[in-house]
Write a protein of this length. Sequence first.
Length: 210
Amino acid sequence: MADFEQMSLALQKGKAKDVTEMVQEAIDEGISAEEILNRGMMPGMSIIGEKFKNNEIYVPEVLIAARAMNMGAALLKPLLVDEGVKAKGKVVIGTVKGDLHDIGKNLVKMMMEGKGLEVIDLGTDVSPEQYVDAAKESGADIIACSALLTTTMTGMEKVVKAFDQAGLRESVKIMVGGAPVTQNFCDTIGADAYTADAASAADQAVAYCG
């Protein structure tokens, strides 16, 4: 029988090969993709998220664990579609216009995917119009904006205004984060949420989609 605890531990240690082998064995045993995801992989990513939040582990460990998660998830994705399992919600994420930093954004994306959200990643240097277009196209529940520079964080206000102008502000939650961003700044620009780290961002996103 599939040992979900071992799968979770292997994922936390970033043992991608072991994770994919265990996932495949569980599939071969006839266990549903949803059960494998919910009992084996998501608990592992949740623990990684908590440890990262508490500074028990750092970015490299998170990236290695996320790689293992992604490789296991690649086997499950087509099966989840066949089983009709829907993502908990859709998030459009990107680093705002003028900013090319993506480590923070990538961590948030991984944590959100680890919580069962579908994440559409627009990359870096994303204009307000690109966020709006992506939201229209995907029917996103959440827009997540990242910035690392004080000079580019003003772009977040432009994103909020762009959604106002497009008449979409009521239908999406706008989340902001990044080193220079604060709760005060979030309130000032009229965004919905500020989170200090990737794990908190994922928790907040899930709460919005719940």
